[in-house]
Design a protein. Sequence first.
Length: 255
Amino acid sequence: MTVLNFRKTDFVPQDSSHKKVVIAVDGPAASGKGTLAKKLAERLGYAYLDTGALYRAVAMATLEIGGDPSKLQDVEPALEIIKRNLTPELLANPSLRTPEVSEGASKVAAIPEVRQALLDYQREFAANPPGFVGGAVLDGRDIGTVVCPEASIKFFVTAAPEERARRRFEELKATKPELTYEKVLADLKTRDMRDSTRATAPTAVAEDAYTLDTTHLNPAQTLEEAIGVIRASFLAETNDNARTGKTAKNNGPQP
Ligand code: CDP
């Protein structure tokens, strides 16, 4: 017997104005934002964009042509190549995840011209997500503050640096046996510092973001907490609109 006749579409937030729902997931390195964003997109049937992979791809191409990722003149040719070849396969390529590319990504990401060049792609993805789906989940550092300041829901995912380093070390140790936990922690702190102190679009908590500390949460618990926030937020909006007689901007999730 079916007790809960719950369909996925009962929950997926719909927007009656046909504007796509955008969920912004920002946070520092290895905070769990990518895992959360991916799971949210799966659960809601939305498209997913890992914006860090864009910077990683530019860094990898710069390194491959023997350039310095902190110098605009070295990065420019790589940027041109990447802009013409932004495919899901490239963005999911495991070679983007090495410590060298992480370091390079954080350097190219501090160059304002690079950020500007990648902005249109990210905004277009959010406005017209591939696959004719109802929305998009983007994760990064500046989604809620710069790329999509009008996002429907914003999360800032964080965790203690030691826990983040532990997770990244676990991820990398099989392919990089020479790596130590101490080195991962030091690299992560350097990158966090560079990312949060750069002049253009530093890592920042949007004023209207919901902060999720995942230090003591596993991925499933983090997802459930985020789903709870989304449900509450869309319900509050629906109730507000009902009270004021306005047409719902988002017909919220049905509990
Ligand atoms: O997975 P992890 O958090 O380590 O890194 P990532 O999200 O793939 O981002 C790699 C680098 O790209 C970061 O260190 C940032 O410097 C940069 N980035 C950014 O500046 N803005 C974004 N929206 C996403 C990433």
